[in-house]
Design a protein around this ligand. Sequence first.
Ligand code: C2E
Ligand code: MG
Ligand code: MG
Ligand code: MG
Length: 293
Amino acid sequence: VAKENGRGCYRYFTPAINKRARQRLELGTRLRRAFAQDELALHYQPQVDMESGHIFSAEALLRWRQPGKGGPIPCGAFIEIAEETGLILPIGQWVLRQACQQLRLWHDAGHVAMRIAVNLSPRQFYQANFLASIKAILEETGLSPTMLDLEITEGVLLQRSEDNIATLKELGNMGIQLSVDDFGTGYSSLGYLQRFPVHALKIDQSFVRGIGSSPGDTALVTAIIAMAQSLHLKVLAEGVESLEQVHFLKAHGCLAAQGYYYSRAVAADILAGLLHEQEVSPTRCAWPGNGEM
Ligand code: C2E
Ligand code: MG
Ligand code: MG
Ligand code: MG
């Protein structure tokens, strides 16, 4: 009977699994072609000082613009494929260079205090020539490493190989800021915050979403901010969507945020417009109300 059941399952599931595998393979092929044909783009989401309303940095977020197939597709849908296929290595390299070149342009336009944040895949991080390529990009673009913020996940910090620690330390020594992305969603070992040269925590948006409505999330946000303060780490709230969240975060000492309340990720020229506006009228909040764009 077991064997029959097994055969039944086999016959039932195989077509579905094959279909999914085929779709992923297809998506990988399309992604490879899209990258080669320059169909990937970066959008930039402002990171805002909630006290002044000023943009001090922007996170580069990958977008796939598919000509003729409607609007841009968010990266969540294809980043996983890029990781699986290894395409994330050339793509990630391109993202770093593109983001730094963009920051160069903003600096040249006079926004010299502006910073840039770039997401790193663990696979990029473990690449042998990773440090050399970052140095080359910084040299090419003439940017100070202190203007670059690399977002890593908790997974990278848990992998405690000698190479890994050396790479993190070298990045820190260069003056690059390291932020832990989606903080709180990974493993619960906090010891690494002391052992590694980490500079900032990005509170995951799932906790921020629950501010006010979920006592658990509210407590976690409060605790993360307090911990960041006592460890002398910077802290930024992700996914801020409401004025209530802004008030809560400011009251608890978190002054940096990104989220739809301020702005979605936008094309580089739109962000340049926002930067220009805040420079022209520095006392005016650039995004009154619920600034969806
Ligand atoms: P992430 O680094 O945590 O980026 C934040 C994500 O939250 C972005 O989604 C952003 O659009 C979204 N977001 C920002 N504010 C809000 C908000 O107020 N509400 C809601 N609901 N969402 C908000 P996106 O662009 O789809 O990116 C998803 C993930 O893909 C990123 O999460 C990051 O882990 C990864 N990713 C994006 N670009 C790159 C890249 O160039 N390289 C690598 N390795 N990963 C990337
Ligand atoms: Mg990020
Ligand atoms: Mg995040
Ligand atoms: Mg994420």
